[in-house]
Write a protein that binds this ligand. Structure first.
Ligand code: URP
Ligand code: ZN
Ligand code: ZN
Ligand code: ZN
Length: 475
């Protein structure tokens, strides 16, 4: 059974051209002219992109005394509706829980997925067992390990633990990810603010200033340099953290930076909203920043010092957010965005001239696939790649509203935003799973996508040891 996507304009990260796309089974059979298929899909007036990949989601995640409201069903449905065909979610071991048990829990939870998925494994404590299990996790196809420098008393790891884990990553050809905020400073600032009588959601933003993020980003990057591994900084929200990433890259380190679509488009004035619910619904870490930081993140995406755009989709209902009434430190941290990422980035990025279409595809798909070692299975429209693609209608605008969303929560942080484009069709491994505003794929059809270690990095490490000795002398 083959399908021909006809009359569209194909957009990859490196070029844009008029071509038809022939899908056979789960793969792309050919891209070009004069092709024919058993059935035809009309892409007249549309762009055809590689399916979006969201490298950062939290579906059914226990966190801050509750569990995120979007499970694998509603979460991946939301993804497909917005043109995202794959998510990378975080397995988070509970207190002292073995990594492989966390893995098994996530495997079970993700059985209902509509879209393909991979995992990152979180390192939330350290001992010899964790060290050994990291190797087993890599064998299962999970080659990225996340570290929280914040959430003191819960998920946070200290420098010693981070360094040990980073060295282990280097050994395995794996890559550490880092939530960069200085957890000690955040905890101290939270206590000070509460003591001063600041208990509302605005206190959340005050307790996590850019300096707290910049310090941690610099520290993580230096620790990665000492350990001889690459590092990926999640949710880069500030000039300070972006500078750390850009500087390290200029110095020859393999450092990647991931801004979120929320930080690019929503600012800290949201926390001044007198409606407690409105402000609390926007509480996430790091918090939204001012326009200066936003401009800087857009600049980074254009210049290449920031490579990918994620959502950190971590959705809580208003009722869940209200756990923090009277004490902002208890408001569950996180916002949604999975279904809106492409439309919002297109409207605020491509439509405004901040990003080219190719840069848009790079940031939402191709760069993510490359950095996470999924390329060219995912992230590109070419012969042999999996047929994950979006037929993108630049004239099918809508107004974002919680009333029409797939996500299970009762609000949307982009509520009322007019976006200019949405998917006409979403294909996942050759199957049309979303069409004209309707889900057409089956629950549970999503598949785990194993990833290999990063052979180039493992190999580079051998020479790197000599190099480090040189650098130590040179500096
Ligand atoms: O506020 C956030 N970002 N919640 C999700 C967990 C995390 O820090 O990534
Ligand atoms: Zn985080
Ligand atoms: Zn996150
Ligand atoms: Zn395949």
């Amino acid at each position: 059974m083959s399908t021909l996507i006809k009359n569209g304009t194909v957009v990859n990260a490196d070029r844009t051209w008029k071509a038809d796309v022939l899908i056979e089974g789960e793969h792309i059979k050919a891209v070009g002219d004069g092709l024919s298929g058993d059935s035809t899909v009309d892409a007249e007036g549309c762009f055809v992109f590689p399916g979006g990949i969201d490298p950062h989601t939290h579906l059914s995640m226990p966190f801050m005394g509750t569990t995120t409201a979007d499970d694998w069903e509603s979460g991946t449905r939301a993804a497909l509706s917005g043109g995202t065909t794959m998510v990378v979610d975080f397995c988070i071991p509970g207190n002292g829980q073995p990594l492989l048990d966390a893995w098994a829990e996530w495997e079970k939870k993700s059985e209902t997925a509509y879209a393909d998925y991979a995992y990152h494994m979180c390192i939330t404590y350290w001992n010899d067992q964790v060290r050994a299990d990291m190797g087993k996790v890599v064998e299962k196809g999970v080659t990225t390990f996340k570290h929280f420098m914040a959430y003191k008393g819960a998920l946070m790891v200290n420098d010693e633990e981070m360094f040990a884990s980073f060295q282990r990553c280097a050994e395995l050809g794996a890559m550490p990810l880092v939530h960069a905020e200085n957890g000690d400073l955040v905890a101290a600032l939270q206590q000070k603010l509460l003591k001063d009588g600041i208990t509302g959601p605005e206190g959340h933003a005050y307790s996590r200033p850019p300096s707290v993020e910049g310090e941690a980003a610099n520290r993580a990057i230096m620790i990665a340099d000492a350990a001889g591994c690459p590092v990926y900084i999640v949710h880069v929200s500030s000039i300070e953290a972006h500078e750390a990433v850009a500087r390290a890259r200029a110095n020859g380190q393999r450092v990647y930076g991931e801004p979120l679509v929320q930080h690019l488009t929503l600012d800290d004035s949201e926390y001044a909203n007198p409606d407690w619910d409105h402000a609390a619904q926007r509480v996430m870490s790091p918090p939204f920043r001012n326009k200066k930081h936003q401009d800087d993140l857009w600049n980074g995406l254009r210049a290449g010092s920031l490579q990918v755009v994620a959502t950190d989709h971590c959705a809580f209902t208003t009722e869940q957010k209200r756990f923090g009434m009277g004490d902002f430190t208890k408001i569950p941290n996180g916002t949604g965005g999975l279904e809106d990422r492409l439309s919002v980035l297109w409207t605020k990025g491509v439509e405004t001239g901040r990003l080219t279409m190719n840069e848009f595809v790079a940031a939402t798909s191709a760069n993510i696939a490359r950095i996470l070692n999924l390329y060219p299975r995912k992230g590109v429209i070419q012969q042999g790649a999996e047929a994950d693609l979006v037929v993108w209608d630049p004239k099918a605008g809508k107004t974002i509203s919680a009333k029409t969303q797939q996500s299970a929560i009762d609000y949307n942080v982009f509520e009322g935003m007019k976006v200019s484009a949405t998917p006409r069709y979403t294909f996942s491994r050759g199957e049309c799973v979303w069409q004209d505003g309707k889900l057409t794929g089956q629950r549970g059809r999503g598949r785990f996508v194993p990833r290999s270690p990063f052979p180039a990095d493992a190999q580079a490490l051998r020479t790197f040891k000599a190099l480090t000795a040189d650098r130590a002398v040179a500096r």
